[in-house]
Design a protein. Structure first.
Length: 257
């Protein structure tokens, strides 16, 4: 009996020592079970409910969500009046580009001026081989005029209100001019010109929605397309140019995407 009593006392002593190292703290049901705390010299581990993994880093969005690059496109139409040529004509304008720094647009713009009439004059200037400068007025029975400016543009928008944005800008590029028709003697003709062009413009956007707005614009076009060809009326090769400086007014839609 003494041996049995000694063994029971030893077992009680070991159990008390183990209990002093491990504490069990019951937790509420449905919140992840019990809390387990290891109070030994190695480490401390606390578990309160299920482990939640951190979401991957996706960059700063400052509470507004990530905004990637923004692009724009415009499409409009109006009238163009070349200062040194008779009459006005249809002016169609389209552009695409990218938005920088919220108020700055960089883009590519393609325009088309067209006029088709009968019994109208066309004014051209040229230099003869001997250096003589001549101005020729061609009287026609019919004439079609097509001017195509292609520009790289920069536009600065001024956000006066969320709905109204005036802007100013300019462009540099190349312009192609085609003149064809029938002169007063019944002879068909066609002349092709091209040369450097520049534009300055001002206008305003009226925002209808976040991605759609109306625009109106006034643009000054400066270009003098040139050509070199044989003129049968004088029997010589001439270098000619046609002045197509003038102002255009157009309006249309602007889209963001």
């Amino acid at each position: 009996m003494r041996i049995v009593a000694a063994m029971v006392a030893l077992a009680f002593t070991v159990g008390s020592a183990s209990a002093s190292q491990l504490d069990f703290q019951p937790g509420a049901l449905g919140t992840g079970g019990s809390q387990f705390k290891h109070t030994g010299p190695q480490s401390t581990l606390l578990t309160n409910g299920p482990i939640r993994h951190r979401r991957p880093y996706r960059g700063h969005d400052y509470g507004y969500g990530y905004r990637g690059p923004e692009y724009f496109a415009t499409l409009g139409a109006g009238r163009f009046d070349p200062s040194d040529q008779p009459g006005t004509g249809l002016y169609v304008n389209g552009s695409v580009g990218s938005v920088f720094a919220d108020q700055l647009d960089l883009g590519i713009q393609l325009s088309w001026y067209h006029r088709s009439t009968g019994g109208e004059e066309f004014v051209r200037q040229g230099d003869l081989p001997d250096g003589t400068h001549v101005t020729t007025v061609v009287r026609t029975r019919s004439i079609d005029t097509n001017l195509v400016p292609l520009m790289g543009t920069l536009r600065v928008r001024i956000p006066v209100t969320p709905q109204f944005e005036p802007y100013v800008g300019g462009g540099l590029g190349w312009e192609w001019l085609t003149i064809e028709g029938t002169d007063e003697n019944g002879v068909d003709f066609r002349n092709d010109y091209d040369g450097f062009g520049a534009q300055v413009f001002t206008g305003a956007n009226l925002n209808l929605a976040r991605q759609t707005s109306l625009y109106g614009e006034a643009v000054w076009n400066a270009s003098t397309p040139k050509a070199e060809f044989f003129d049968p009326s004088i029997g010589q090769t001439v270098r000619e140019e046609a002045d197509f400086d003038g102002i255009a007014f157009h309006g249309g839609l602007r889209f963001m995407f």
